[in-house]
Ligand binder design. Structure first.
Ligand SMILES: Nc1ncnc2c1ncn2[C@@H]1O[C@H](COP(=O)(O)OP(=O)(O)OP(=O)(O)O)[C@@H](O)[C@H]1O
Ligand SMILES: [Mg+2]
Length: 346
């Protein structure tokens, strides 16, 4: 299978690396299509966009017309990508924006309908990148239902349809999970060998040993790129992470009980599960998921994961059986915020 080229930093491109299992899974999905939209959750920067870019190549290999949209893309040309076979239809449709479609997500759904009407028994893949923030988290369920309708009540006869959505925010997860409208799956950071392959491709000057990079990033390729660009100044990355989430304010508003739970979670994220009977711990869980710091891991059933699941536990990386820090850097940012709060309280 051809590996797509990805932008890693402003000056380094890399091939889609590792994730053999994911590529096999995508291949199987392409053979059958999806009965429900597949919604994939994973830590920020773990490689969800990269996965969809590789998925586009896999589906095209199987003769699909592919539509990829990313409403939050930095560059306009990265917002919408498609197979050349539907170029004219996309152009017609883009002329209708914004009169007919207030959002690119709506336009993409319209486009799938159009492909079904105009091509005889087509194969169509719709790949949606981080669309829930764009449509509004409260509307995520309705959008997933609209996607299911594309499969169940199509506007024309199709051969296969595959719909994949990726998201890093865990808030919509519970809302979507309570219906039969989607198959929810998880994806984790890269495994050690995958990160090592990327690390080996980076310029060697002042590169810290791989072991250190692994224990900071936990396999997250985005944070590997950020560390490289920050000249490996780990404190600057942790500072950015804390500032972006206003962790100082977050920590300063915690109650004594919440601080107690969080301190123990820095040692072992599964401590949260032992405290969940307490209302304060429930609120803390909600905030940690909303702030993209911690993920609830459900289980390690291979079918529930895209690519291989992470280990059952890895205390060094902050991975527990039930909860995991998105990366060790996220955990470190929280540890520092707690230290600052602790010293200001005393
Ligand atoms: N399998 C991979 N091989 C090589 N590079 C990768 C891989 N996965 C991700 N990357 C690189 O790591 C960085 C982060 O990946 P990506 O943007 O796909 O993450 P993401 O999960 O979509 O992040 P976000 O949550 O911010 O949307 C990018 O520079 C991407 O090119
Ligand atoms: Mg992304």
């Amino acid at each position: 299978m051809k590996r797509v080229k990805l932008r890693f930093t402003s000056s380094i491109d890399v091939d889609f690396t590792d994730r053999e299992t994911a590529i096999k899974q995508l291949d199987n999905i392409a053979v059958r299509g999806t009965r429900h939209p597949i919604v994939v959750y994973g830590p920020e920067g773990c490689g969800k966009t990269a996965l969809l870019k590789q998925a586009k190549a896999v589906f095209e290999d199987h003769g699909y017309h592919v539509i990829y949209i990313n409403p939050l893309a930095r560059e306009a040309q990265e917002m919408l990508e498609y197979t050349p076979s539907i170029k004219n239809m996309v152009r017609e449709l883009l002329k209708l924006l914004p009169e007919h479609y207030s959002r690119i997500v709506d336009a993409a759904i319209g486009l799938v309908g159009e492909v079904m009407r105009r091509f005889p028994k087509p194969r169509i893949a719709l790949l949606l990148d981080d669309v829930f923030q764009d449509v509004g988290l409260d509307k995520a369920e309705i959008y997933v239902k609209a996607l299911l309708n594309l499969i169940e009540y199509p506007s024309g006869d199709y051969d296969r349809v595959a719909i994949l959505v990726v998201s890093s925010e865990g808030v919509s997860r519970d809302r979507i999970g309570r219906h039969r409208w989607a198959a929810i799956k998880e994806v984790w950071n890269l495994p050690r060998e995958g990160l090592n392959t990327l690390y080996d491709k980076l310029p060697s000057s002042s590169k810290p040993p791989f072991e250190a990079v692994w224990s900071w990033t936990g396999g997250n390729p985005e944070y590997l790129a950020r560390l490289l660009e920050a000249g490996w100044r780990i404190d600057s990355i942790i500072g950015d992470l804390a500032r972006g989430r206003k962790l100082d304010l977050f920590a300063s508003r915690l109650s004594r009980e919440e601080i107690d739970v969080l301190r123990l979670m820095v040692e072992d994220p599964d401590h949260l599960i032992k405290r969940l009977k307490e209302r304060e711990a429930q609120e803390l869980e909600r905030r940690l998921i909303e702030l993209n710091l911690v993920i609830y891991m459900h289980d390690r059933e291979p079918d529930a994961w895209i690519d291989d699941p992470p280990p059952e536990r890895d205390p060094e990386l902050g991975i527990g059986k039930y909860y995991a820090w998105q990366t060790p850097l996220h955990r470190e940012a929280v540890r520092k915020a707690l230290e600052t709060t602790g010293s200001s309280v005393i």
